[in-house]
Design a protein around this ligand. Structure first.
Ligand code: PSU
Ligand code: MN
Length: 305
């Protein structure tokens, strides 16, 4: 085990015994939802993973230590801290470790730490991607580079259309990242089930997702997979409403000159505020839905490995 990494005892024993573990990210806690819904949701997501036969490992950096598996108080600390907590992507990891800092890990940083711990399955809400206007701003999430290089399957509800989803799919194709639609041919767009774009391949059973993961990594084809799991029908939001909120959020970001790592949290916060309570409820439900699928994939993968 790496000397800078602390595994929660339950996570350590599951990994040692070859039992299923699901990594969970923490930027979604500090920057993705308001307190106290963020910590409540994080705990509910852990319970959902457990109910589906796997051990949850929420990832963060706490006082300079990489963590796979958090105590309840640590989750509450990240939730209460909200926007004050450093949003930690891959490049922030060494700085936080050297300064004994605390950070909520993005998809990219969570994948890196999960891989270090030996965890192959990760559940979240949505991944980062190529931002609209990236041909000028160059804003492409480090999540995509991480998917290109780090061997972890990321179960998500696609990505929010604050991004340019067409360019995001192109980027993933260039970097050899399979984009799997779980029981769908369409790429979901977080609050909605169909972004208007297709996926690379449709897979209907967790066992087959696990076989694809194993084949990829047994062949030495390092890198991640996107497992896109649409929000349950009954929790999906009307597309026009989401689109309107996104357009307004993008216009506000431009008017305020928001860029760099602040862009995504700003856009997410504004879309949440503009769509109100419905989007928070949908957000919570889709993360729980992803936790269930990730649990099932981790169970299937552990049976193969
Ligand atoms: N998209 C969401 N919710 C989120 C994020 C993205 O719908 O919480 C977070 C994730 O942690 C993701 C990060 O890894 O934002 C991407 O940030 P950036 O675009 O700065 O790489
Ligand atoms: Mn960015």
């Amino acid at each position: 085990m790496h000397k800078l990494l602390d595994l929660h005892p339950e996570v350590a024993s599951a990994l040692a015994g070859g039992r299923p573990v699901v990594a969970l990210e923490s930027t979604i806690i500090s920057h993705g939802m308001p307190w106290p819904h963020n910590a409540e949701t994080a705990l509910a997501v852990e319970a959902e993973v457990r109910d589906h036969g796997a051990v949850p490992a929420t990832v963060a950096i706490i006082d300079g230590r990489l963590k796979a598996g958090l105590a309840r108080e640590e989750i509450e600390r990240l939730g209460r801290g909200g926007g004050q907590v450093v949003k930690a992507s891959r490049r922030d990891i060494p700085v936080l470790v050297a300064r004994a800092g605390t950070g909520a890990t993005t998809v990219a940083a969570t994948m890196a730490i999960a891989a270090l711990a030996g965890i192959r399955v990760f559940a979240t809400g949505g991944i980062g991607g190529v931002h609209r206007g990236a041909e000028v701003s160059f804003d492409i999430s480090a999540d995509l580079q991480e998917l290109a290089r780090t061997s972890v399957a990321v179960v998500c509800a696609g990505a929010k259309s604050i991004l340019d989803l067409r360019l995001t799919l192109e980027y993933l194709e260039t970097h050899g990242v399979p984009v799997v639609g779980y029981r769908t041919d369409r790429l979901p767009a977080f609050f909605t089930r169909d972004s208007g774009f297709g996926v690379d391949v449709r897979i209907d059973e967790p066992q087959e997702v696990a076989r694809v993961m194993k084949a990829k990594w047994d062949l030495g084809l390092e890198g991640g997979l996107v497992v896109a799991n649409p929000i349950p029908v009954e929790h999906a939001l009307p597309r026009e409403r989401v689109d309107r909120a996104i357009e307004q959020a993008l216009a506000e970001a431009q008017a305020h000159g928001i860029s760099g790592k602040a862009a995504t949290p700003f856009l997410l916060g504004r879309v949440n505020a503009l769509t109100g309570g419905d989007s928070l409820a949908g957000n919570i439900q889709l993360v729980l839905n992803n936790a269930r699928l990730a649990g099932a994939v981790a169970v299937a993968y552990a049976a193969l490995a």
